[in-house]
Ligand binder design. Structure first.
Ligand code: F6P
Length: 348
């Protein structure tokens, strides 16, 4: 029987989204001869009249799309769509199943919605934060770490030229995965993550030591959700009234400047971590996830999320990870690697 499946990208964009939509579409059409509908702008496409959906065919994937950042379907990370209207939209589409590509937040919303509407659902994890529970790698994370590592590569020469301490503020919400991984790969001297408290005095001593030992500059990576030393959050109020994470880099820059004689400068990396061309690893995971998700639908296995485990793709029950996230444990082997390299990672 010809099935009709829907696919949407939800939450913040990242590298690899076009590759996963491509993989799922190719598998559904070429292996099963199903019809695939791409829903625009997360669930917002379902609120439009007529519905803002696009029947995807092989011709949409002319070879270029999988190489590009962003999502050609569009996405939305506000979670403000009316539940009732979205469910009406799904009903009009008459789908046999839906593939939702999202992070932990949007996955929770989609799962609740699809359960309520009796829609067969399969989730695919994507988020540069890499904080989806029981999943080693989310689509977009590798690209973000690569961008942050490249930024450190570019900050090091200018840091050395001016004898400065350079601070790089990276994204990741409450998880320090981007900071820890890029910090190690990019030769940082200090890595601060939300999961581990730190001492400004110890950072200052560490930088002074580096200088005493003969290196004139230092690199510091800080995750956006790291708190100030007094435990308060660094946030910025936007004109839309929303309070978002931001400013911890500037805070650290000022404090380190006061405590050492190192001149500091701050780079806030921001959304370049999301919009970059996907790395080969993100394209690979995206391709594996897309094919696997369609095969799950063929086997009528629903309310599942596709995950990357032990260097391969598998699936787990969506309920088993609902409302939970994956942050860094102090016993993470990479913390030991960082310490082994002499990197200050906080007060453990
Ligand atoms: O969750 C992904 C993420 O990029 C976070 O790392 C970051 O805090 C947030 O989204 C930024 O969201 P926005 O696109 O609304 O600025």
């Amino acid at each position: 029987m010809v099935k009709k499946i829907g696919i949407l990208t939800s939450g913040g964009d990242c590298g690899g989204l076009n590759a996963v939509v491509r993989a799922a579409t190719l598998r559904a059409i070429n292996e099963y001869q199903w019809k695939v509908f791409g829903i625009r702008d997360g669930t917002l496409g379902l609120l439009k009249n007529p519905l803002d959906v696009l029947e995807l065919t092989n011709k949409h994937f002319d070879g270029n799309l999988m190489r590009m950042g962003g999502t050609f379907l569009g996405t939305n990370n506000k979670g403000n769509a009316s539940e009732q209207k979205v469910l009406e939209g799904f009903k009009k589409l008459e789908l046999d199943a839906l593939i939702g590509i999202g992070g932990d937040g949007s996955m929770k919303i989609l799962q609740k919605l699809t359960k309520k509407g009796g829609i067969n659902f399969v989730g695919i994890p994507k988020t540069i934060d890499n904080d989806v529970k029981d999943n080693d790698l989310s689509i977009g994370y590798d690209t973000a770490v690569d961008v942050a590592t490249n930024a450190l590569d570019m900050l090091q020469p200018t840091a050395a030229s001016h004898r400065r301490a350079m601070i790089l503020e990276v994204m990741g919400r409450d998880a320090g995965h981007i900071a820890l991984n890029s910090g190690i790969a990019g030769g940082a001297d200090v890595i601060l993550i939300p999961e581990i408290p730190y001492s400004l005095k110890k950072i200052a001593d560490h930088i002074d030591n580096i200088r005493t030992q003969g290196r004139n500059h230092a690199l510091i990576v800080v995750a956006e959700a790291v708190k100030k030393e007094d435990g308060s959050k660094a946030t910025v109020k936007f004109v839309d009234g929303q309070v978002r994470l931001g400013g911890i880099g500037t805070y650290l820059g000022d404090e380190i400047y006061k405590l050492t004689d190192a001149e500091t400068r701050v780079t806030v990396l921001g959304h370049v971590q999301r919009g970059a061309q996907p790395t080969h690893r993100d394209r690979l995971i995206a391709s594996a996830f897309g094919v696997y998700a369609v095969d799950l639908i063929a086997k009528e296995k629903f309310n599942r999320i596709v995950v990357w485990k032990n260097r391969g793709v598998t699936d787990i029950d969506l309920d088993s990870i609902a409302g939970q996230s994956k942050t860094i444990n102090v016993s993470d082997p990479l913390i030991k690697v960082a310490q082994g390299l002499g990197i200050y990672v906080g007060e453990i």
